[in-house]
Structures are given as structure tokens and as C-alpha cells.
Design a protein. Structure first.
Length: 442
């Protein structure tokens, strides 16, 4: 709505954004009545679809019953019930759940928890965190130090207590110039090498996205990668943390990506789809033996938040879990995700400007290149992603931006719709992206 006055400090400081007024299913409607097909679920958040009455009802009932009790003074039934519901779906013995409000907070919590678990086990010197370049774990200071996205990190470098970063499993642009399957998973072996160089006795944890999210535009790990890093971490007494803020709650066609790949981390963070996008809520799941070590060794976890374990947020989360279960939406995400991937390949593989189409479940990425043979990226100055995104947004199709995949260059779009999307809507999205590529890039 150009010309309107606003006192909001918006996340974007350029021209005013349209005003969203309602949402239902895969659709968002703005104040002018324009309808947008939300093919990204916002920021890969809306997994159940917009306007879920079941969540609104659960939230309303909880607001009328109890909307706040400090978590050091009381537990509450929604937190108890949601923790049990999640533990029924988490891999292995990840069955102790600590609730926060954002994905950044969840990752901060996991980083701190790793430190304190080592302290409880009599190894206080294990304090160094390892993570990966081209990753995203949040924008609070601890999570930002772990993140590997330079555009977010550079303005605050002097403030960071930085993690040690290693290359990601990004086979399209391998940091070692190798090719699968003959590479021997060099990117995973880099973890073992780094731990040994630092000294295993000082390394606390390895924090990774099991499927690389927006920073690498939905890049699944090569076969055997997660199992090997699990083996390396176990060998060195390093805690393995899966950041499943984006990939959890069914997004990869399994309740959690770790489960899809048959690997159990020591801790797992979740958020985004945990409430279907209805309220801010995140969580950290930790293995039962580690919880018991902390309880017996220190007797407390020195961490918390005013709104942690929030009754209303947990009520929304429990309602979201029940919808996933009752409507078999995780299974649907797997099935419809295969259809989505097939249509993206069908419509985009032949484009001279599409370097790769990849993904799993309802999390897919399309990477754009200036030269398909060499995979040379467009210069960042050409803002290819932004131009494609704007073209699609103007046409009423919402996708998610990914930039900086190839050094400071590189362009991609993420397609991650609600699990309830229908086949004809998926086809519409694939056709719209193909049309945008032709009209924007030629």
C-alpha cells in the first residue's frame, strides 16, 4: 500500500510491503484482495497450511485457562503433553524436551547445554564448537557465531566468540574439487581432521543442519555422510547436534531428517513448523542419558527464558502435532514432495540457466547459473534471485530466496509449500518458475 504511514521498524527498509490480512490453506490475501500462492510456507514455516481452526481453538482455550506460569515455579500440562507427543516421534532416545520461542534460541540453548553436559561429566575443558560454512543457525550471538553465512556474520565479527567452521557437503561445488562417489566423503573426514588438530579434549560439539537449508537451497547430504559424522563424534566424545529448525516436523517427508537418514544426534533443535507458524515456539530434544548426566552432575541447567515452556505456545504445538498425526501429513509430505521434485525437474532441467534442482520431501531448491557447463554463477551485482523472486511475487507466487551459494556469488530459490498443497497447485508453481526464468533471464 504505497504512501501509507507506519511506525513499524520493518525488516525491509525499502518500499512498503503489501499488508497481509488473511490466510487459508496455501493462500495469503493482502489488503487489496490479491491472492498469493504460498509456495515457501513463509520462511519454510507453514507446514499445515494457513488458517488452521484447530490451532486457533486450542490457543483460545488455553488462553482462557492459563496463559502464563513461570517455568521455574510450575510445569504446565501443555508442555508435558507436547514433550510426550514429540518424544513419540523423535529418533532414538531423544526424549527430554526443553522449550524456547525461536530457532535461534533453540540453537543457543543446545550450544550452552553441550557445555554444561561436559561439565557435568567432568570435562569442563570441552568448550569449542565446530559447525559448517554455508549454514544458518540464527541471528542471536551464539547462533550467529555458529552460522556460516558471511553476509550475516561480517557486520558483527568483532562481537563474536566464533565457532570453528569446516566445509559443508555441497557436492555440486565441492570445496575439495572431488566428485561423488569417489571422494571418500572428504567433507566428513574434515571433521575428524579438525577435531584432531584442535585436540578432542577441548571440542564440545558439532552443530549441523542434516539437510542444508536456505543458505544452500535445500541440499541433501551425500549417502553415508551423516552416519560417518555420527561415528566421528562418538569416537572423539564430541556431541552431535542436529539443527532441525527447518527440516523437522515433517518437512523432509519424515518427522525429522535425522530419522530419515537413520542417524540419531545427541541433541536436536526444532522450531518453525512446530506450531505450524501460528505462535513462536522452539525446542531442544536431548538424549535421556545426557539429561541424567546433567541432573546428577550439576543438578541444574543454567539457562532459561521468561517465555520458555509457555503454556499457550505449547498448546499450539500440541495441536499442530495432532494435525500431522491425524491427517498423516508427514507421509503426504513425502509423497507430494516426490511429485513436487518431479515437476521442478520436468520444467527446469533443460533451462540453460538452471544448474541444479535438488531436495527431499517438501524442501526443494533450484540453483541458477550463468554457464551450465562450468556452473559459473551470476555476479551477485546482477541480483538474479531478487529479480526472479519479484517477478514471481508480482504473479502471486511466493518462494524463498537463497544467495551466496558460490563464495559471495550464487543464486537460488527454495520451494517449500505447506504439506496440504494439491498437484495442480504444484504444477502451477513449476510452470510459473519456468516462465519467470525465461522472462527474466532470457
Amino acid at each position: 500500500m504505497p504512501g501509507r504511514k507506519s511506525s513499524v521498524f520493518s525488516r525491509r527498509l525499502d518500499p512498503p510491503l503489501p499488508v497481509a490480512v488473511s490466510g487459508e490453506g496455501v493462500w495469503i490475501v493482502d489488503a487489496d484482495g490479491k491472492r498469493y500462492l504460498d509456495a515457501s510456507g513463509g520462511a519454510v514455516v507453514v507446514n499445515l497450511g494457513h488458517g488452521r481452526k484447530e490451532i486457533a481453538q486450542a490457543v483460545g482455550e488455553q488462553l482462557g485457562r492459563l496463559y502464563y506460569a513461570h517455568p521455574t515455579m510450575f510445569t504446565c500440562q501443555p508442555a508435558e503433553d507436547l514433550a510426550a507427543a514429540l518424544a513419540a516421534h523423535t529418533p532414538g532416545d531423544l526424549n527430554r524436551v526443553y522449550f524456547m520461542t525461536s530457532g535461534s534460541e533453540a540453537n543457543e540453548t543446545a550450544i550452552k547445554l553441550a557445555h554444561q553436559i561436559h561439565q557435568a561429566q567432568g570435562r569442563p575443558e570441552k568448550t569449542i564448537l565446530i559447525s559448517r560454512w554455508r549454514s544458518y543457525h540464527g541471528l542471536t550471538m551464539g547462533a550467529l557465531a555458529a552460522a556460516g553465512r558471511p553476509a550475516f556474520r561480517v557486520p558483527y565479527m568483532s562481537m563474536l566468540h566464533d565457532a570453528v567452521h569446516i566445509p559443508p557437503p555441497y557436492c555440486l561445488r565441492c570445496s575439495y574439487g572431488l566428485k561423488q562417489p569417489g571422494c571418500g566423503l572428504r567433507c566428513a573426514l574434515a571433521l575428524d581432521e579438525t577435531i584432531q588438530n584442535l585436540g578432542a579434549q577441548v571440542v564440545s560439539a558439532f552443530l549441523i543442519e542434516p539437510v542444508s537449508g536456505a543458505t544452500l537451497a535445500s541440499y541433501p547430504p551425500p549417502e553415508g555422510y551423516l552416519a560417518l559424522v555420527r561415528e566421528i563424534c562418538s569416537h572423539h566424545g564430541v556431541l552431535l547436534i542436529f539443527d532441525e529448525v527447518m527440516t523437522g516436523m515433517g518437512r523432509t517427508g519424515s518427522w525429522f531428517a535425522g530419522g530419515r537418514y537413520g542417524v540419531t544426534a545427541d541433541m536436536m533443535t526444532m522450531g518453525k513448523g512446530l506450531t505450524g507458524g501460528s505462535l513462536p515456539l522452539s525446542a531442544v530434544a536431548v538424549r535421556e542419558p545426557l539429561y541424567q548426566d546433567l541432573k546428577s552432575g550439576l543438578g541444574a541447567f543454567s539457562h532459561g527464558g521468561t517465555y520458555s515452556h509457555h503454556p499457550v505456545g505449547c498448546a499450539a504445538g500440541l495441536a499442530a502435532v495432532r494435525i500431522l498425526e491425524d491427517e498423516a501429513l508427514v507421509e503426504r509430505a513425502d509423497r507430494m514432495g516426490q511429485f513436487l521434485g518431479g515437476k521442478l525437474h520436468e520444467h527446469l532441467d533443460d533451462s540453460p540457466f538452471v544448474g541444479d534442482v535438488r531436495g527431499v520431501g517438501m524442501l526443494w531448491g533450484v540453483e541458477f547459473v550463468a554457464d551450465k557447463k562450468t556452473l559459473a554463477p551470476f555476479p551477485r551485482s546482477e541480483k538474479v534471485t531478487e529479480r526472479l523472486w519479484s517477478h514471481l511475487f508480482d504473479e502471486g507466487i511466493i518462494v524463498y530466496k537463497a544467495v551466496g551459494l558460490a563464495g559471495t556469488h550464487g543464486d537460488a530459490l527454495v520451494v517449500s509449500p505447506p504439506f496440504i498443497i494439491e498437484e495442480e497447485q504444484i504444477l502451477r508453481v513449476a510452470q510459473a518458475i519456468k516462465k519467470a526464468v525465461v522472462e527474466v533471464l532470457g
